[in-house]
Ligand binder design. Sequence first.
Ligand SMILES: Cc1ncc(COP(=O)(O)O)c(C=O)c1O
Length: 519
Amino acid sequence: MSSASEPSELGDLSPEELRRRGYSAIDWIVELLASSRDLPVLARTRPGDLLAALPLQGPEEPQDWEQTLADLNDLILPGITHWNHPRFFAYFANTGSVPGIIGATLATALNPNSMLWRTSPAATELEQRVLEWLAGWLGLPTSLFGIINDTASVSTLCALAAARQLVPGYSSQEGMGSLAAPLRLYASEQAHSSIDKAALLLGLGTASVRKIPTRADYSMDPHALEAAIVSDLAAGEIPFCVVATAGTTSTTSIDPLEKIATLCARFDLWLHVDAAYGGAAAVVPDMRPRFRGWERADSIVVNPHKWLFTPMCCSVLYTRRPDDLRAAFSLVPEYLRSDVGDDRSEAQGDDADGLGAAPVDFMNYGIQLGRPFRALKLWMVMNAYGRAGIEQRLRHHMQLAARFASWVDEHPDFERLAPTPLSTVCFRYRPGAGRGTGDGTDLAPVPQDPHAAANEELMARVNRGGQIFLSHTRLRGRLALRLAIGNLRTTAADVQHAWQTLLDTRPPVATRGTGGVAS
Ligand SMILES: Cc1ncc(COP(=O)(O)O)c(C=O)c1O
């Protein structure tokens, strides 16, 4: 067919349309961020609302942009839970910061795929360089190998695959069948469920994960860890890895990394540090002592999409053993060989100054082949605030959390259920708790929680109100509310607002029938 017969309406929208739609989309984003405090944090829609509102079939003909924008406002926006809301205090926050939004948009416009160095050299090399910067900001050796994955769950899965690769006798070809005894992996009972999921996916089985008891502050008990390793070795099993957490999901406790690193060295185990949320705090130099020992880890995960103001998805996996990571994942079919017909790779050899080093093909260090340009948004975030700006923001969040914790401690009807080492406060409503009863470290486990219903009710009411969004956890049998500060736009007034909302929303005195009940 001759090109002359190509209909003019084929192909993409015109540059004029890009300008028109793009400018209105930017205006829309500006409006959204400016008005986010007025939106309910938690979506108020019911299951199926959007499904019922959208047609069953996709449009046969092009739809009008104005109508699409109107549908975005009328149909989709009401069903959004606003993670960008300054009063999003549930789970761990992530922020669509201005540089992050711009970076993600520009990355989509460029749309490179950094699976191989040559499929986008700049995307690969920017990823290498920003991860060196970030390592430096975290007080980690900049010689660590870093790679950006989508989530911490995937980063941890990759790290554990690398750890398994090192087990004597393990063969990638034979898989788990190559081992005569079961593998054992150690993590605290407070570790994130992604560890169990990784064990599940790697074919180890969740029973391979030994859940190590925690100390009063919810950090891993290193003596119990040592005992578990010794006992498994005596039983002929194969300990291969310890996952320590720096910032657990429930309470943000930090495991004793130095002691755990020493145990790992003694028993020749891979140490993976899950610092998905908490790792960001190491940008603040005074916080570094809490992380001492993580520089000895074999792998570390830190999520810029949690507390480093970078939009989803951006999880960094660091390792000082890139060859082992590569051994776990490298599988190069003919059609992906970049040494055939490309003389640029050959021209470069290993080079101590890093400038002429052999190019990295990131596809060899993880699960996915195609890789979006996630480094661009991280680079833009780092450039926009600078290390000092990020340090100030993190410090501020920790100060706000400490302030909230002090209000809880001082109030006779509330109590704290865990220490607050970072920016998350675990507390509960307990009428008659008394003032300043401590940080929860003295509370023994309870089989039943007489205050659970009142706290559930309080959380449900608060979240329904739309002004703030909190989540919960369970600590030594007690239902705990969590206020996690981490959104870039959260101010002191927002935290004050959260406290006032809790005070105003407490169940009325008549139904506060739990006063004075211990536990
Ligand atoms: C300590 C910790 N590790 C891992 C994860 C999983 O993170 P992702 O959603 O990036 O997989 C979380 C999520 O909150 C977490 O808190």
